[in-house]
Design a protein around this ligand. Structure first.
Ligand code: DAH
Length: 354
């Protein structure tokens, strides 16, 4: 019933009344006892007291809206003094018709891009179906190293072609995969172009994980890369500190914890002070006062070398953060699955697009 009320509200708002005939038509449709609003009131009688309470309020508002529109259209027609029609002022603003809302993950992605663009970072893009070399080998993951298993990978088969191209392995082989992180785009960028680089790379990534409130088989990351002469660890720290304050508010603190990634040395995990309890301890930060938002580090010299960049001349930092995680913190969302279920009751709570 709520949905029908909402749709009637849209119909009332968009009903154009420019003549007395239109007004009569509108009256019959919405105001008269046998009109659609009247019929809803009849239906109300058959609901339970609890439901009545809930729906009754919206229904009364709908009735009020329909009557107000009738009254004001009647006044305008009367004052125009014309029996048949009034002049339409085409310069008047129209009643906006809401068509949808931005997905919360997009809202976060746009905000991240906005913050880094102001620091001079470009936005770059790369493939989601990737080969082993760009996803692992070039990033200094050794063959058979457990680090590869850290990221349970979906492999994809190349299509079987009757005549394979020279040098191409035939179907069934699997060095192709759904990228497990956005770090592949770092490699593509550094291999294809000349330093310096200052870029962020948002995109979707895939891992073979069981779906739950805290894990999903696909999610989104933003990779960051800054390579130039004399880039140091302090640049990394300052950049991410600036980001945290812009994203989560001026009082936000950051903490760097030593960590390990094959493609950075040294590596650090970035935590921010918990937004919910401000460091006092709550279940979001697991009573530690800190929440992890990104992995980061100084680009490993092997990675630079793999891309044809001289590590004696250039240094750089990189980071990778999860867009879902940041969105969950921003809007206090506690279940990852909400992002991909497309439940309108969830999606409608975010910024409307008109
Ligand atoms: N690729 C890492 C992951 O998916 C995240 C990451 C960590 C990216 C450190 C980086 C980095 O660029 O420097 O878990």
């Amino acid at each position: 019933m709520e949905e029908r009320i909402k749709s009637l509200e849209d119909q009332i708002n968009s009903f154009l009344i420019t003549s007395k005939d239109d007004l009569e038509q509108y009256r019959l449709q919405f105001i008269s006892k046998k009109g659609v609003v009247g019929l809803l009131f009849d239906e109300l009688k058959s609901l339970t007291p609890d439901q009545k309470k809930l729906v009754g309020k919206s229904l009364n508002e709908l009735k009020k809206l329909s009557e107000e529109k009738f009254k004001s259209a009647q006044d305008i027609l009367d004052s125009a003094g014309s029996e048949k029609s009034i002049d339409l002022d085409l310069t008047l603003p129209v009643t906006p018709n809401k068509t949808g809302s931005l997905h919360p993950l997009n809202l976060t992605r746009y905000r991240i891009i906005e913050i880094f663009e102001r620091l001079g970072f470009n936005v770059e893009d790369g493939p989601e179906i990737e080969d082993d070399w760009h996803n692992f080998t070039a990033l200094n993951f050794p063959e058979n190293h457990p680090a590869r298993e850290m990221q349970d990978t979906f492999f994809v088969e190349r299509p079987v072609r009757l005549e394979s191209m020279p040098g191409e392995q035939s179907g069934g082989n699997s060095d192709m995969l759904l990228r497990t992180h956005t770090s592949n785009v770092q490699i593509r960028l550094m291999k294809d172009r000349k330093p310096p680089f200052r870029a962020i790379m948002p995109g979707r990534v895939y891992r073979n994980e069981a779906i739950s409130a805290r894990a999903h088989c696909f999610f989104h990351q933003v990779e960051g890369l800054y390579v130039d002469k004399n880039v140091g660890f302090s640049d990394l720290k300052q950049t991410l500190y600036h980001f945290a304050k812009e994203m989560f508010g001026k009082e936000t603190k950051i903490r760097l914890r030593p960590s390990f990634f094959p493609f950075t040395e040294p590596s650090a995990e970035i935590d921010i002070s918990c937004l919910i309890c401000h460091g006092k301890g709550c279940n979001v930060c697991k009573y530690s006062g800190w929440v992890e938002i990104a992995g980061s580090g100084m680009v490993h010299p092997n990675v630079l070398r793999n891309c044809g960049i001289d590590p004696e001349e250039y240094t750089g930092f990189a980071f990778g953060m999860g867009i879902e995680r940041i969105t969950m913190l921003r809007y206090s969302i506690n279940d990852l699955r909400l992002f991909s279920e497309n439940d309108l009751r969830f999606l409608k709570q975010f910024k409307q697009v008109i």
